[in-house]
Design a protein around this ligand. Structure first.
Ligand code: KE4
Length: 431
């Protein structure tokens, strides 16, 4: 049990369970896999969050990725206040949605047209429907441990909460739907070739997190993404990069910039909404123009392009572009990684750390983590104890071994040093 006083949070959780399934609006927030009741957050400020019992934490969840500038960034709040004055939603076109779309298409050369939606799930679902509509094919290939939101087609061997809670798939996903989703192994191009070989001309798309973030962080092997792009081009299969996490995270131009890949369709989310509900999918004009109203593939949304989300997203991306935040983010993230590795050396521990830019995971396994099978060798019981210790030491991590820690622009050197110290004390207490 975490050493913190969490009395108010417990009261709230009991109350929540009376009216919300599991007391949460998203399963990973339930803290189930770390065997404790969830914390309720009062407010956030920069790199910190404060719970309703008055505990302060250095936050590495960052709302699961969106808050690359940190909590309650003045520039975002100011922009939101300015837009909120005019009204919150019109269900009609606004200028700000064009401005955000222009920023995205200027930054991602693979994205010629982009459609806004309200979540990463919607982005991925819509991208797959578009690929199926354009190709006339039904099957898709995903990768074990990758998570593309809770759309039916994706809840097969998925990561994030599905993996964390050990849900074998999900009741409610029909046999027919499941049989259209083929599952390959990340970093194993032969597994993709095999599926394509046995499903000739039936595969509409391959969808992948180019850097896995939902089994913990798993980077692609050097040639994997290049080989995947070549294979999908040869087989005339649409390649969908799910960059909901990696977009504007691992580089301004996301993983496709970092690894030099030109996907056909890209899913975005999280950071592009600056903490407000958002998703987007975009790509080659020949596909995107098949979307209604110009094309036959239907997709829609009441709050798609919501002006508040567009304003927060536009402001966030403008800061990322104008302040060129990535070199400093890389430096800070490396400082943290090196500090954790130094601690493990001192404590004669050999757990694995994977990091790509400002997304990082500490796996409680002695194996190198390069795919799903190696990720799940992690000792989730040990992670759970570590989670409690870190929380008691004032560091708020994702309540799952199979999630990602995010460093933000707001994390300063003092935060990093404190986190390294908390990590040392926590690891030591596990010995
Ligand atoms: P949302 O529908 O949750 O906005 O996005 C789904 C999604 C799609 N693609 C990737 C690569 C994602 O990581 C996600 C969502 N990420 C999880 C955390 N790893 C969301 C947290 C939650 O489910 O509460």
């Amino acid at each position: 049990m975490s050493g913190n006083n969490l009395k108010e949070s417990l009261t709230m959780f009991k109350r929540a369970r009376k009216v919300i399934p599991g007391g949460v609006n998203s399963p990973v927030r339930a803290f189930k896999s770390v065997g404790m009741n969830p914390v309720y957050i009062q407010r956030g400020e920069g790199s910190k969050i404060f719970d309703i019992d008055g505990n302060e934490y250095i936050d590495y969840v960052c709302s699961w990725g969106p808050l690359i500038l940190g909590h309650a960034d003045d520039r975002i709040l100011k922009k939101l206040a300015e837009y909120a004055q005019r009204g919150t939603s019109f269900g009609a076109n606004t200028k700000i949605e064009i401005k955000l779309a222009e920023l995205i298409t200027e930054t991602y050369s693979s994205i010629e047209l982009v459609r806004m939606v309200n979540s990463g799930t919607e982005a991925a679902m819509s991208a797959v429907r578009l690929a199926r509509g354009c190709s006339g094919r039904s099957k898709i290939i995903k990768f074990e441990g990758c998570y593309h939101g809770h759309g039916d087609s994706f809840l097969i061997k998925a990561g994030s909460g599905v993996l964390t809670l050990g849900i074998p798939g999900s009741p409610g996903v029909t046999e027919h739907t499941a049989q259209d989703t083929l599952v390959a192994r990340f970093n194993d191009i032969e597994s993709v070739e095999k599926l394509i070989g046995s499903n000739k001309s039936q595969i509409a798309a391959v969808i992948i997190e180019p850097v896995m973030g939902n089994a913990g962080v798993i980077p692609p092997d050097s040639e994997f993404l290049k080989n995947l792009r070549e294979l999908t081009l040869t087989e005339d299969i649409i390649l969908i990069f799910d960059e909901v996490i990696t977009g504007f995270r691992v580089a301004l131009g996301g993983a496709q910039e970092l690894y030099g890949i030109d996907p056909d369709i890209t899913c975005l989310g999280k950071i592009i909404g600056g903490g407000l509900p958002v998703g987007a999918f975009g790509g080659k004009r020949k596909y995107m123009e098949q979307l209604a109203p110009d094309g036959p593939v239907y997709q829609a949304g009441t709050l798609s392009g919501n002006p508040l989300a567009m304003a927060a997203g536009y402001e966030t991306l403008s800061v990322l572009i104008n302040d060129d935040v990535y070199p400093a983010l890389e430096k800070k993230s490396k400082l943290l990684e090196d500090g954790l590795k130094e601690n493990m050396k001192k404590l004669h521990l050999n757990y694995s750390i994977n990091r790509v830019g400002s997304m990082m995971s500490l796996f409680f396994t002695g194996h190198d983590v390069h795919d799903f099978d190696s990720a799940v060798t992690s000792d989730t019981g040990l992670f759970s104890r570590y989670f409690h210790e870190m929380l008691a030491n004032g560091v708020y991590l994702a309540p799952s071994q199979f999630e990602t820690s995010f460093i933000s622009v707001a994390h300063n050197n003092e935060d990093i040093e404190k986190t390294i110290e908390a990590n040392y004390l926590s690891l030591k207490s596990l010995k």
